[in-house]
Write a protein that binds this ligand. Structure first.
Ligand code: ATP
Length: 121
């Protein structure tokens, strides 16, 4: 059992963060799907030779979805720890967290349509 009160240092903190992302990737199929879509979008952005400003929007959109997914996973874990049984508030907390992912995903789709639409049409 690691000593959770021991300061990890910058490298140790980064390692823990990467372990958290790796855990989320192993357990959350939606996160794996969003990473896959992000890779496709990056390849498409390179193919269409997006402008610098358009790249910024694409990176922002991808980052928003992945960050929302990671927070969603973190909240699911915390809620399962706090309420292993059934509780309406536990369900509501998970629904609000997944609602945040939905908002980020809709925003990313709109950004994608506007940017790639301007290159395709
Ligand atoms: N402890 C609970 N009490 C009441 N309802 C719950 C509880 N846990 C989950 N739920 C309900 O079941 C739904 C699915 O919960 P679950 O823990 O399976 O998430 P999930 O399917 O892994 O979510 P995601 O698809 O976002 O990863 C929640 O959105 C919530 O509505």
């Amino acid at each position: 059992m690691p000593d959770i009160h021991k300061p990890a240092g910058f490298i140790g903190s980064c390692r823990r963060s990467l372990q958290g992302i790796a855990y989320s990737l192993r357990t959350e199929k939606h996160l794996r799907f969003h990473f896959f879509v992000a890779a496709v979008v990056v390849l498409a952005s390179a193919y269409f030779r997006l402008s610098g400003v358009h790249w910024l929007f694409i990176i922002y959109a991808i980052g928003s979805v992945l960050v929302a997914e990671l927070f969603n996973t973190a909240l699911e874990s915390a809620i399962d720890l706090a309420e292993p049984g059934y509780h309406p508030l536990a369900g509501l907390g998970k629904d609000v967290a997944s609602g945040a992912v939905l908002v980020a995903a809709i925003q990313a789709v709109i950004i994608g349509i506007i940017i790639f639409g301007s290159y395709i049409f």
